[in-house]
Each structure stands twice: as C-alpha cells, then as structure tokens.
Ligand binder design. Structure first.
Ligand SMILES: C[S@@+](CC[C@H](N)C(=O)[O-])C[C@H]1O[C@@H](n2cnc3c(N)ncnc32)[C@H](O)[C@@H]1O
Length: 311
C-alpha cells in the first residue's frame, strides 16, 4: 500500500522532532478562532500521527486550548496505528487519551488532553483518504492545514490545487520537514555526489500525485503562497544524524542505494552502488558516519484568516 511503514515512521520520528523549526509555530498565535473557540487542524498524510503528537502541545502553548484534528492518510495500516501510538505518547507525558470510537470506517476518534486544570484538549478523528484526488476535500474556514514530510512527494499542479482551496477558506498552512536536496555525508567517500544526484532525481519521479516536486517543494510552495497573498516564513529543519542513530542511518543509506539503482545508467552499475553502500555502512558501524540532510519548514498566514472569526 505504501512505502512508508510504521517502523520507518517510528525510526525517523526522533530526528524529525529534533529538526523541526518550532519557532515558526509562534506565528500562528494571532490566528482568529471561530465562535466555538476550537482550532480546526487538518493533517494531510498523517501516517501514524507524528505531526499531531509534536504540534498539538505547541499549539496549546500558543493559546489554542481546544483543538479538533482531522488526520488523513490513504494507508489503513498506518491510520490503525495512530490511536495506540498516540495513547502511548500521551501516557508518557501524563496526558489523557481516550479512544471514543475505534475502527477504520469512517475512522477512529480520540480525545486527547492534558489532565483537568492543565488546560488543553484535542478531539482527533482519523479518516482514510487518497489525497491524490483533492475533489471533495473539505477544509474548515480559518483553520490550519498542516503536513509533515509530505510536500516533497506532491506535484506542482496538486500543490496549486491545495493552495487554492486553502486560500479560499482562509486557512493557515504549516508544512514541515520538506526535503530540499542538500546532503552532506561524513566521511567523504567516492561516488557520494553521484549517488546523491541520482537520489535527488529519483525524488522528482511520480509518488502518486504526478511528477513530484522533490527537493524543490518548499521553495515552490513559498513562491506560490506569496503569489496568492500569504505571508510566508521558512526556516531550516535539517536532520543532523550521527553515531546516536545508526539504525536510521542504515535505513536511509539502503533507501538511497535502491533509489539510485532504480534510475542509474551504465556509468554507475549495481556492483559499484553496492560497494558504495558497503563503504558507507562500514563507516556507520565504526561510529564515524554523519549525515546532514536538508529540510525546510514553512508557515503561511492568510491575512484573510482574521476575517473568518465565525468559521
Ligand atoms: C513521509 S510519510 C509522513 C507521515 C507523517 N506525516 C509523519 O511525519 O510521520 C508520508 C505519508 O503520506 C502518506 N501518503 C502518501 N501518498 C498519499 C496519498 N495519495 N493519499 C494520502 N496519503 C498519502 C503516506 O501513507 C505517509 O503516511
């Protein structure tokens, strides 16, 4: 169903959390709430809910004491993991998390919240949805549309269609962890540059939304948002992965080898790619490998958001 397994999302989550440009979230503080006082958040490509778990407390800290999350993904296996992963996370932080309704059709519902007196809560609904087709996607007026590690998968026409919908509803946007093509590998080994170049070309192939924006995603989104009239802020959210995360490094390097092999020409045969991978994995085993991987977070605020106070 998906290239994004539960294991892979769990493996990358600590690096994602450490990398995110959380200061951008403060820019949402002035967002006008609807009359019911609930911030509606739509999380596109939610996977097992990492964005929810990272962002909900940050939004609470900005004064959004009541949140209503709609978490959308096309992968039922990932969606099915969201309640348990979120309950486990909530328990670890002394938060409450009650599953109101389980199941995939139309989805699970959770009540997530800080203990009474601590002051915030989130109603969470998951729904299975193929976002390749945006027809019928409803975005609440004046809410927040967010996505984590999704934007580099989508195409320019898809992005334009989403932004047009978001702009029409006065939604703010927070797109985090979009890969931007920068990779610095330590130690410097033969064929690194060629492999990374192939990986970045592979990033532009169709991932289910048309030809993917890949490393150009954040810059393209920033430019198109500004053209619409959004106020845009971006900040780096680079991964800096060293000896503390050998398993994540190994998974990344194997994925890069496979992506490169899928489009490599005769100048970089499989045997050379395998030799490259072996050398890199040896550096990981020796604790000598470090991967710096460029990402960008983007916040876009609609001046119209302030004109949607009643939702
Ligand atoms: C890199 S993962 C990020 C998941 C999650 N946001 C996170 O940060 O852990 C990309 C997510 O997009 C979802 N996705 C990919 N194509 C999709 C589509 N056509 N419709 C809905 N979800 C999709 C995948 O199932 C996966 O959960």
């Amino acid at each position: 169903m998906s290239d994004f397994s539960d294991d892979w999302l769990a493996l990358r989550a600590p690096a994602d959390s450490a990398a995110r440009a959380d200061a951008l979230v403060a820019g949402l503080a002035g967002l006008a709430l609807p009359a019911d006082g609930v911030l509606a958040v739509t999380d596109l490509g939610c996977g097992t809910g990492a964005n929810l778990r990272h962002l909900a407390p940050l939004l609470a800290a900005q004064g959004f004491a009541r949140q209503r999350w709609t978490c959308l993904d096309h992968d039922p296996a990932l969606l099915a993991r969201l309640p348990a992963r979120t309950a486990e996370w909530a328990r670890g932080r002394g938060l409450g998390c009650a599953e109101v309704r389980a199941g995939l059709r139309p989805g699970a519902e959770l009540e997530l919240g800080a203990p009474a007196g601590a002051g915030w809560s989130a109603d969470v609904r998951t729904a299975r949805r193929d976002l390749g087709d945006l027809n019928g996607l409803r975005l609440p007026a004046g809410g927040l549309v967010t996505a984590s590690a999704l934007l580099d998968l989508v195409s320019a026409p898809w992005l334009d269609a989403l932004l047009a919908r978001a702009w029409a509803t006065g939604s703010a946007l927070l797109f985090v962890l979009s890969y931007d093509g920068r990779c610095e590998l330590e130690p410097d080994l033969a064929d690194d540059a060629q492999v990374i170049d192939l990986v970045n070309r592979h990033q532009r192939t169709d991932k289910g939304f048309g030809p993917a924006l890949g490393p150009t995603a954040a810059a393209t989104a920033a430019a198109r948002c500004r053209t619409l009239g959004y106020q845009v802020e971006t900040a780096p959210s680079d991964w800096d992965i060293g000896a503390e995360a050998p398993e994540l490094q190994r998974a990344l390097l194997r994925g890069w080898r496979d992506a490169a092999a899928a489009i490599a020409g005769p100048d970089l045969p499989a045997a050379r790619l395998d030799a490259w991978l072996d050398a890199r994995l040896a550096a990981v085993a020796a604790g000598a490998s470090r991967l710096l991987i460029g990402h960008v977070d983007l916040l876009a605020l609609s001046p119209a958001a302030a004109e949607h106070p009643a939702g």
